[in-house]
Structures are given as structure tokens and as C-alpha cells.
Design a protein around this ligand. Structure first.
Ligand code: SAM
Length: 308
């Protein structure tokens, strides 16, 4: 992808910083910067932050969205994996130390639940390749976040919003819908980014649901059940569960019956509520997943976005 030339002198803040910081966007990090002030306003409008709010942003980039969020909320945590931006960002935000936590690390390895103050909102132009895994972790690990306003690849938004029965309904759809409902999916022009990406994007608004406790308070168990069911989506759920969990077919059938689910269903025909009932049934029978690595909620299959 060859970036288009930046008009000189640049008027939009991102373009101006691009020139001032001497940054060449890195495709491998999904650096498609937002260069449209109307969309910046739209994000703020959708976020509806109060001065008491703490916003989590993933991908500080050149700090333009960060700055806009700081104008609305009491505190912003912003993660950026590209350490070459560190010095410039620290200079730009030198007087914001009290209200801004800049975290120069991969957000996927961050201990999100330990962030202080705890985030109450999330607003981000998410790097495409980590949008789905980040949202899968965040919805489970940040129960205080009541709304997500995030720019994601169109296919990722569609998959998160997919209904049972749809071809693109998968483990990630079930998982995210257990915690949040899709409020709005607004298509965006590719031209609001610099460089212009090769994929379409959507501004996705997710609202947190009132989440009834997961079975035994155990998200790892729920994710294991969902993953196992979708491990072979063409098979009947009884066979898929049995193959992926190691249960005998008769036992898998009995667990499904406990959850009022027909063994002949396919994984994609079961609603998020059905998966909760299934996890409850596993829990009641004392069936547990194998040990998962510490620090991970589970290992749900999340589609990685395309690289730009
Ligand atoms: N917020 C800026 C904007 O809207 O112009 C930048 C958005 S850009 C699409 C995504 C940013 O996320 C890049 O700056 C990239 O370096 C950063 N990034 C990529 N992967 C990351 C990760 N795993 N953790 C934290 N930041 C990441």
C-alpha cells in the first residue's frame, strides 16, 4: 500500500502530527490513522462520556482521538504497542499526567482488570488484527464498561452481531452477545483513514447487558463449552461436543438434554442463552475444561482481521 501524499501545510490534527512526529504508518500494526474530524465528533457523540467516566482506548497512534476523549471524560487509559511513538506522545501529553495513563504495551497481554481507575467506557479506532480478540477479552474482564464505541473491520462487526442460524454466527458472536448487545453499526468511508485501508470499516456501538452470573462464575467453562460446540460446526452438536471435550457420546447427549437442547442441532442453531444453559448443565455434572494458561479467560476462536 503506498500512502497518498499529505497536503501541505496539513490542517487536520492527525496529518499535522504525522508530519511533525516524522511517522511513516506501519501496516503490520494496523496504523490507519483517523483523519476526519466529523467522525471524531461522531465517536464522542456515541460515547456520551461524563466527567466522572474513565475511557479505555486501544491504539493511541498520534493521540488525536485520545485528546478528544480527554476533553470529555475524567480519565483516559490509552494503550500503544509502537514504542517509537513514545517520546512524541509524552511531549504532546506532558501536562495531562494526572488524567491520562499511557500504556506502551500490547493490550492483549495487559492485565485489564487491574487498571486503575477502572474503565467505564471504551472508545477506539481498533487495529484490525486484534479487534476481535480484544473485544472478547474486554467484555468478560471489564464488567464496569457500559459501552464500546469502536471502529472495526466490517466482517468483524457483522460476525459479532450475527444471529443464530446465520453462516457467520460463531463462537465469538455467542461470547460477545452474552455480555453486550449491538446498538448500532455505522458503515464508514475508507477515506476517513490515512493511509486508506483495503477493507471496509464500521463504527460499532455495543451496550453492556445486565449479565446474569455465568455458571459457577466461571467464564473459562463457558468459553470451553462454546468452543467445543463450534469445533466442527458442520457436525451435530452432540458429536462436536463429544469429540472436542472427550465425553462419551451418551454423556454429551445427556448434558444436552439437561439443557433442553436437541442433540441433532448444529452449533450455529443454538442461541447465546442456550449456550449458558449448556454450560450450567456441564457445571452441574462437575464437568470441567482442561487447565488454561493463567491470565487468559479462555481460548475462544476469534477471527483475526486482515492486515492492512
Ligand atoms: N487512535 C489512532 C487514530 O485513530 O488515528 C490510531 C488508530 S490505528 C488504527 C491503531 C493503533 O493501534 C496504531 O497506533 C497501532 O500501533 C496500535 N496497536 C496495534 N496493535 C496494538 C496492540 N496489540 N496493543 C496496543 N496498540 C496496538
Amino acid at each position: 500500500m503506498s500512502p497518498q501524499p499529505v497536503a501541505w501545510p496539513p490542517r487536520q490534527a492527525t496529518l499535522a502530527r504525522l508530519a511533525r512526529f516524522g511517522v511513516t504508518p506501519r501496516r503490520s500494526l494496523g496504523q490507519n490513522f483517523l483523519v476526519d474530524d466529523n467522525i471524531l465528533r461522531l465517536i464522542l457523540d456515541r460515547v456520551q462520556a461524563q466527567p466522572s467516566d474513565v475511557i479505555l482506548e486501544v491504539g493511541t497512534g498520534l493521540g488525536v482521538l485520545t485528546e478528544a476523549l480527554l476533553a470529555e471524560a475524567g480519565y483516559v487509559h490509552s494503550f500503544e504497542v509502537d514504542r517509537s511513538l513514545r517520546e512524541s506522545l509524552l511531549r504532546v501529553f506532558a501536562d495531562q499526567g494526572e488524567r491520562l495513563g499511557l500504556h506502551f504495551q500490547d493490550v492483549l497481554s495487559a492485565e485489564l482488570e487491574r487498571l486503575q481507575p477502572a474503565p467505564t467506557l471504551c472508545a477506539s479506532n481498533l487495529p484490525y488484527s486484534i479487534a476481535a480478540p480484544f473485544l472478547a477479552e474486554a467484555v468478560a474482564r471489564l464488567p464496569q464498561v457500559r459501552r464500546y464505541v469502536v471502529m472495526v473491520q466490517r466482517e468483524v462487526a457483522e460476525r459479532l452481531a450475527a444471529a443464530p442460524g446465520s453462516k457467520i454466527y460463531g463462537g465469538i458472536s455467542v461470547w460477545v452477545q452474552l455480555f453486550a448487545s449491538v446498538k448500532e453499526m455505522r458503515p464508514l468511508s475508507r477515506r476517513i483513514f490515512y493511509p486508506v485501508p483495503r477493507v471496509d470499516s464500521i463504527l460499532l456501538t455495543l451496550e453492556r447487558r445486565k449479565v446474569r452470573g455465568l455458571p459457577a462464575g466461571d467464564p473459562v467453562l463457558v468459553r470451553w463449552v462454546i468452543d467445543s460446540a463450534f469445533a466442527s460446526r458442520r457436525k451435530m452438536i452432540v458429536n462436536s461436543l463429544s469429540a472436542a471435550t472427550g465425553l462419551a457420546k451418551a454423556e454429551a447427549e445427556a448434558v444436552l438434554r439437561d439443557a433442553d437442547l436437541a442433540p441433532t442441532l448444529r452449533a450455529e442453531q443454538v442461541s447465546p442463552a442456550g449456550y449458558l444453559a449448556l454450560a450450567e448443565a456441564f457445571c452441574s455434572r462437575g464437568l470441567r475444561p482442561p487447565a488454561t494458561p493463567p491470565g487468559m479467560v479462555g481460548r475462544i476462536a476469534t477471527p483475526r482481521g486482515e492486515q492492512q
